[in-house]
Design a protein around this ligand. Structure first.
Ligand SMILES: Cc1ncc(COP(=O)(O)O)c(C=O)c1O
Length: 426
């Protein structure tokens, strides 16, 4: 067969873009060579609907082994009693939990999307908001921390069937114990979506939500540094609270409902190549050097947050406990939107994303904020001194958004700097 030159040229361009730029998107990372190799392996050829040992296709003996490896390693990594490694993405993992726990129209609570919550926690254009009844809790206006008092009073008044903690743009540790308490009081299921901080949690640098939540979901590709995908975990399996029974009349365990919600409820055949790559990334996360990496991610984020503050930027909530920094541009540049800031930074080969800040005066298409994260740049070996230099470069661009000479000179500096941080081994 002829080689598809056109497509491979495009891949080459993307490789080049990743190599020469500073990657600061909080939800991105660079996977290892062996994670990539597993994704590009023969496992992509195999259909394996079902679960290890109980498949709907023949010839699954080998892929059963790789899925079981992923299951065992993930359990060990987070101290889970039960996991499902098949969700194709974080949103799919969340959808499976909704399917297992809610009926159409049921109420659930999640963090206000414009205060850092995720689309799949109740956006009106997402399945969660289209099929169910989302109720938001907020962050406080004064310190931008989750307003647990409001969460509790709304939960008591509305009695949702599910409460979700976790966010796409929240830099602080969560009080999971407090949310579990109110969930127990009103008979709700408590789910934590740890997609963003999962790697820091795996390294023991943030509290493990499996100790408090009934169900935990995650992506595998952000701080965790695996392939793109999702997972569902439980610290302890439990009988479903609605009395749904098996044909034998026994109350179904939640694990059975979740397994059925993923397949056949939400998905068909699992991505065996991606599940294998998940297994590799969990292996990597169980090695001692992973904890050193995650500690550096956290240190780098703290230094970056402080460097922004020192330059006169407002960092939402005044800092960060994790890998993520949300900057409110309004205090320093009243007229600069997140949209324009993102675009000019890309011209300087610095990649970040526009983001709403809590109580934003602008729309989600313009925004007043930028979200930064340190997982990817830390994978390249960057340490604290580079964080201050990066903030210096960002400030230079944002202070001169119309000066193409300055933007070009920053880009040259970015490209020269990143040459010192090799990325791909081939
Ligand atoms: C908290 C949270 N949950 C879920 C997701 C969805 O993950 P995916 O893009 O893999 O569907 C994201 C993605 O950004 C997220 O931030």
């Amino acid at each position: 067969m002829q080689q598809d030159r056109q497509l491979f040229e495009i891949i080459g361009k993307e490789r080049e873009r990743q190599l020469k730029g500073i990657e600061l998107i909080a939800s991105e990372n660079f996977v290892s060579e062996q994670v990539m190799q597993s994704m590009g392996s023969v496992l992509t050829n195999k259909y394996a609907e079902g679960y290890p040992g109980r498949r709907y296709y023949g010839g699954c003996e080998v892929v059963d082994l790789s899925e079981q490896l992923a299951i065992d390693r993930l359990k060990k990594l987070f101290g889970a009693e039960w996991v499902n490694v098949q969700p194709h993405s974080g949103a799919q993992a969340n959808a499976a939990v909704f399917l297992a726990c809610l009926k159409a129209g049921d109420a659930f609570m999640g963090l206000n999307l414009s205060h850092g919550g995720h689309l799949s926690h109740g956006s009106p254009v997402n399945f969660s908001g289209l099929m169910f009844r989302p109720i938001a809790y907020n962050v406080r206006e004064d310190d931008q921390l989750v307003d647990y008092d409001q969460l509790e009073s709304v939960a008591r008044a509305e009695r949702p069937r599910l409460i979700i903690a976790g966010a796409s743009a929240y830099s602080r540790e969560w009080d999971y114990a407090r949310i579990r308490k109110v969930a127990d009081e009103i008979g709700a299921i408590f789910m934590v979506d740890m997609a963003h901080p999962a790697g820091l949690i795996a390294a023991g640098l943030l509290e493990n939500p499996l100790k408090h939540a009934h169900i935990v979901t995650s992506t595998t590709h952000k701080t965790l540094r695996g392939p793109r995908g999702g997972v569902i975990l439980m610290g302890r399996d439990f009988e479903n609270p609605w009395g749904i029974t098996t044909p034998k009349g026994e109350v179904k365990m939640m694990s059975a409902l979740l397994d059925s919600a993923v397949f056949p409820g939400m998905q068909g055949g699992p991505l065996k190549h991606v599940i294998a790559a998940k297994a590799v990334s969990f292996y990597e996360a169980l090695q001692p050097e992973y904890n050193i990496y995650q500690a550096q991610v956290k240190k780098n984020a703290a230094v970056m947050a402080q460097a922004f503050i020192d330059k006169g930027y407002k960092v939402v909530s005044g800092g960060t406990d994790n890998h993520c920094i949300l900057v409110d541009l309004r205090t320093k540049f009243a007229d600069l939107t997140g949209k324009v800031a993102e675009k000019v930074l890309v011209e300087a080969d610095i990649t970040t994303n526009k983001n709403m800040v809590p109580f934003d005066s602008r729309s989600p298409f313009q925004t007043s904020g930028l979200r930064f994260g340190t997982p990817a740049i830390t994978t390249r070996g960057a340490k604290e001194p580079l964080m201050s230099e990066i903030v210096e470069m960002i400030d230079s661009v944002l202070s001169n958004v119309e000066d193409s000479k300055i933007i070009t000179s920053v880009r040259e500096k970015v490209n020269a700097t990143m040459k010192q941080y090799p990325l791909f081994a081939w």
